[in-house]
Design a protein. Sequence first.
Length: 542
Amino acid sequence: MGSANRPDGFPALFVAIDWAEEHCVVPDGFDRGAAWQFADWQFDCLRNFYRVRPRAKMGLLAPAFHFRRAQVVGPQKFGKAPYTAAHICIEAVGPALFAGWAEGGEAWDCRDHGCGCGWRYEYEPGEAMGMPWPTPLIQITAFSEDQTDNIYSALRPMIDLGPLRELIPKTGEEFIRLPNGGRIDTVTSNAKSRLGARVTFVPQDETGLWTAANGMVAVAETQRRGLAGMGGRAEETTNAWNPAEGSVAQRTAEAAEKSRDIFRFHRLPPKGLNYRVKAERRKIHRAVYEGSPWVDLDAVEGEAAELMQFDAAQAERFFGNRPVAGQGHAVDPDRWAARGTGVAPVRGALITLGVDGARFRDALAIVATDVESGVQWPLGIWERPEDAPDGYEHPFAEIDGVMRGAFKDWEPWRAYVDPQYIDHLLEKWQGRWGADRVVPWLTSNYRRMAWAVRGWESAIASGTLTHDGDDDLARHVRNAHRQATNVKDDEGVPMHVLAKEARGSSRKMDGAVASVLSWECRGDAIAAGATVKRPSRALVSF
């Protein structure tokens, strides 16, 4: 079939879309194994991704297409993962590249491309023709393995249960080998050694969680450089993002406002509807899930209502498709103030240390916790002065002196140090006191950090954690807000980490993060039995 009767208004590789519907199958559910068919919104996204420039010439790769990359923003259960899986199949063995303009009589014949299914697509005169990549290298990329598995677990049965099993006879647990030496890999924040490869297509999933803090902004930039060198392209799929985090998704949305070569699909709900009102929330769901008939809106309402009890903003992002800022303070400032005792341990007590911060703009904080009593106090919080010169750095000699004093006056079990931006201090302290006592603790590991934050918040709520009443530490705790993650606890409840209330905010909260690290270290000390051999210490007022 040709494309003359399609009301599309611009040339595109319609052969790629028809090819996918002939070769892909439904990966799961009651229709598992049935022929795949794109929903209207999925078709619209693909025809724009494969939109060809009217003056494109044979031999062009990415420059033949109108859009350099694409972004699809949709709510939970919208169908992004199977859509991406079908798109990967096109880029892996289908007609993904522009092969010139048809003059009449040309056709895509599967037999010419190693597939014996018998399918044939006849081009109409003037239609854009397609051809496969000679050696495709595809990287399914996400922050965590759970996210890459959302796509990969849909991709494998889409291949194994349909005509594509003839072209791709084996789909492995970790990668898929393609004809002509190509392959499909999965890449996460923990597998960055694969970056820099000569990639041809990169599906980037849940880019609303990709931030500079967790290193994923650098991942996105590295992959785009690799794609540019190979003439390849990327497509993001994501839920709506938290505008306070400066994620890759947000950066793409902002870049698309200024550039015409980024395609975006983001169906926003009608303005004026309040997501916190049940009747209006239903209207929002009906609007943003339009075109996804497999979605049960009653089930969506149930999940959204439950999540609203814990994090209303996250529920609105996940199910209402709106980029809204996260919840307020991670800890109620009044509750933190109520935990102030005005006392701290006498010299010689067994303590744990938490260190977080940066070299130039953000603050740097060292927070101590008495292992026996649970009392916290800051040994120091350094902030950039308002009139600081351009070359300002924190006074590292002074900071180093404070750490020397801590190891001299108290008995530190361990110090947990976030090495980002202050790795030179970490190395110095490890050389002085040993790597077993000064330990790197990456706050960008969201799963680990989310559990540490939960333990810290619970200790404050129960009164297990108290503090000496320091005003600077109280201010940093007050400035700490919740940042949603894709981490869930054992009951499936979403968890969060700490962040500023907005991207680029001048309100520092590194002291709160140091407090979390110090408290986490105390818990590990108790679990290791570090208090068993040590006598109780009295407390003394400051």
